[in-house]
Every structure is written in structure tokens, then in C-alpha cells.
Ligand binder design. Structure first.
Ligand code: GDD
Ligand code: MN
Length: 366
């Protein structure tokens, strides 16, 4: 029976699997561990590599996810799939110091009142390794933003390296984790119904062994959404917030395109409006596809069908918007701004509700 499950999210990490396994086996001799890789169907054959390894070492398991993406959700599924009382989360690329695992484990066992032990770059003797100045700065800003929603004085809430008691993790998941993005630790701390009792242990962030980082600009966006979700107390769905932000941008796009055709090109009002509407709707669709529904992104022919259903839904939303605002305006002409906003709100809720079901359908099994 494993006493410790080490959950490793993977996306395109084929070159790191064997080395990670070798190092864990070398340094965790005293613990009954298991290694759970949660792979999002990486195109580089990571899953096949894990399966081959699992066939030679029964301590290795795979959770193979298809049609889904996301670091946090992958870790959560890995944790849920384990029966060990203690679970570690660590990256596959060997940037996290595997030799800390034993110390983390012993700390959790010896100090029974702890819920979680965090591998920290920002406590004494920890470090960020060979990061360049800009990445170090971004990390510092993100850490500061995160401390707003934190219920604890954690020095490194961005760390992706920690060990938690399984029942504590499950309790956090029940209390409404956002489950989106890269910042799983922050998500745990912000979701827990009681403040998590934690300890930070220092480690030095290493350079990647093989492959490339998956951290890109959409990660920053997802981070913002996670924070917003916690600020809102989880009342408004995260995706709706993202959808609304994209919609807000769409208004700016609409205005800019309209102004261009109406003023600069001297097109008719009607033609300018039609073009602006089409462009804004298309840019909203593409942005939502990349940001709001990143984990269910449509591609290829799905993109065309998605655009059609998005356009159909939004046309009805626009009719509801204009219809309602017109009616309200008729009731109380002095409150025209309220009428306009009520129309926008109803249109947005309609568009969100319909497209979340018909445009970005959940694929089977997710
Ligand atoms: N299953 C799955 N799905 N795994 C993923 C996904 C995904 O969509 N995206 C990334 N991963 C895996 C990677 O394969 C890797 O094992 C781990 O998550 C971390 O990804 P990296 O791409 O190596 O991230 P990083 O090194 O830039 O960021 C790390 O450091 C940050 C600290 O600044 C991560 O540990 C972050 O969690 C951490 O905040
Ligand atoms: Mn990494």
C-alpha cells in the first residue's frame, strides 16, 4: 500500500519521465511511494512512455485524459485517483528538488498538526535558480497579487511543489476550488474552509531537464480569472467573468471597426454596423475559444461549426438585448442608461448560457 502518492502533471514531457522516476526511486527509499502521471494526451508520446515504465514498475500509474487541458485540474484528478493518506504534487521537468520529498514527508508525519508542507523558493536558503530578471519580476508581482486572496502568510504561493494530506485536499475541493490555471497551491489556500496549517521548506528552483515550459500569456489570464473568482467568493462562474471581459473588449472592437468604415471610408451607417458586428462577433468567438474555453478549444472543422452556432446564439442575444432595452426605455425614458445596461446584461447572460452548451460542448467523458 502506498503511503505517499506523488502526482506529476505532464504535457509534452517525454524526455523527463525516466529521469524523474530514476531520481525519485533513488531518494525516496524509506517511503512506500507511488508515482502518478496525469497526462493530457501529449502529442510527443509521454503517455506511451509512462505506460512502458508502469509495465516494468508497479509503483507507476497513469491517468490519461483526453479532450481536456490544465495543470490544476490534472493535479486534482491525480490526487482523487490516489488512496495514499499523503499526496505530493511536483513538476515533471525536474525543476523541483526531488531530494526534498523525504523531508517534506517526515515533516508531515512528525508534526501531526500540519495540513500541508510547501517547497518554497522565497524562504531562507530557497532560490529561483537561473531565472532572468523579467521572469523573477513577474513572479514577484504575481506573488503579491496572490497574497490579497490568501488566508495565510505564505512566502511562495506560486509554488507548484508541495505535499498535502489527502483528506485536507478533498475538503478544499469540496469548498469550491476554481480548478483553473497554473496556481493550484494558491487555489488550495484560498478555498479551504479553515486556514491551512502549513510549513515552508526551502529549495532551489533548477533549470528544466528536457522540453519546454508551458507557461505562456494565457496562463497570466487564467491567473487573473482565478483571483477574480476568489474575490467574488465563487458566486459568479469563472467562465462567465472571462466571457464578460471578452465581451467588453468586443464592444471596443465594434466601435473601432464601425468608426473606421463610417468615418474614414464614408460607408453607410447600416453597412458599417453590419461589418462591425461581424468583426466583433468573430473576434469574441476566437478570444473566447482561446481564453475562456482554453481547455475545450475548438479546432479545424469544429471551429467553423462553433463560429456558426456562436453567431446564431449571439444574434438572438442581440435581439433580446435591443428588445428589452427598447421596452424599458419606453417605460422610463429618463433612465436610458439603465435600459441600455439591462439589455447588455440580459444579452450577455443569454449568449453565455447558450454558447456554453451549444458552442463549447463538453467532449465525452469530461
Ligand atoms: N496534464 C497537464 N496538463 N500538465 C501540464 C499542463 C496541462 O495542461 N500544463 C503544464 N503541465 C505540466 C508540465 O508538463 C510540467 O510537468 C508542469 O505542469 C509545470 O509546467 P511548466 O511548463 O514546467 O511550468 P513552469 O516551470 O513554467 O512553472 C512552474 O513553476 C511555477 C513557479 O513559478 C510550475 O510549477 C508552476 O506551477 C509554478 O507556479
Ligand atoms: Mn517547469
Amino acid at each position: 500500500m502506498p503511503a505517499l502518492s506523488i502526482v506529476v502533471p505532464t504535457f509534452k514531457e517525454v524526455g523527463n519521465i525516466l529521469e524523474l522516476h530514476r531520481r525519485v526511486a533513488a531518494c525516496c527509499g524509506g517511503i512506500a511511494w507511488e508515482l502518478i502521471f496525469v497526462d493530457d494526451d501529449s502529442p510527443d508520446g509521454t503517455a506511451a512512455q509512462v505506460c512502458a515504465l508502469a509495465n516494468s514498475d508497479p509503483r507507476v500509474r497513469i491517468v490519461h485524459r483526453i479532450g481536456r487541458r490544465g495543470l490544476t485540474s490534472a493535479c486534482l484528478e491525480g490526487i482523487m485517483s490516489s488512496s495514499a493518506p499523503i499526496v505530493a504534487v511536483m513538476d515533471a521537468d525536474l525543476q523541483h528538488d526531488e531530494t526534498l520529498l523525504t523531508r517534506m514527508y517526515n515533516t508531515l508525519i512528525e508534526q501531526a498538526d500540519l495540513d500541508i508542507v510547501v517547497g518554497s523558493r522565497y524562504v531562507e536558503q530557497g532560490g529561483i535558480g537561473e531565472w532572468d530578471a523579467s521572469r523573477a519580476k513577474i513572479s514577484r508581482i504575481a506573488t503579491r497579487l496572490g497574497s490579497f486572496v490568501l488566508k495565510a502568510d505564505l512566502k511562495d504561493p506560486m509554488s507548484g511543489f508541495f505535499m498535502i494530506k489527502r483528506d485536507v485536499a478533498i475538503q478544499c475541493m469540496r469548498s469550491g476550488m476554481s480548478g483553473i490555471g497554473f496556481k493550484i497551491l494558491l487555489d488550495f489556500f484560498a478555498s479551504s474552509s479553515t486556514p491551512l496549517r502549513f510549513k515552508e521548506l526551502p529549495f532551489e528552483f533548477k533549470t528544466r531537464f528536457s522540453g519546454d515550459s508551458k507557461l505562456d500569456t494565457t496562463v497570466a489570464w487564467e491567473y487573473l480569472i482565478t483571483l477574480l473568482n476568489h474575490f467574488m467568493g465563487g458566486v459568479i462562474p469563472v467562465r462567465f467573468i472571462a466571457f464578460t471581459l471578452v465581451g467588453g473588449l468586443g464592444v471596443a472592437v465594434h466601435l473601432a471597426v464601425f468608426a473606421f468604415f463610417f468615418k474614414a471610408m464614408a460607408s453607410t451607417f447600416m453597412l458599417s454596423q453590419v461589418i462591425a458586428t461581424l468583426v466583433a462577433m468573430t473576434s469574441n468567438f476566437l478570444l473566447n475559444n482561446v481564453f475562456t474555453y482554453r481547455d475545450m478549444r475548438l479546432r479545424g472543422s469544429g471551429l467553423l461549426m462553433g463560429w456558426l452556432s456562436f453567431a446564431a446564439a449571439c444574434s438572438v442575444g442581440a435581439i433580446a438585448n435591443v428588445g428589452l432595452s427598447q421596452w424599458l426605455y419606453g417605460q422610463k425614458p429618463n433612465y436610458w442608461l439603465v435600459s441600455v445596461f439591462a439589455g447588455i446584461l440580459v444579452g450577455a447572460v443569454w449568449n453565455y448560457a447558450v454558447t456554453s452548451v451549444y458552442t463549447w460542448k463538453k467532449t465525452k467523458g469530461s
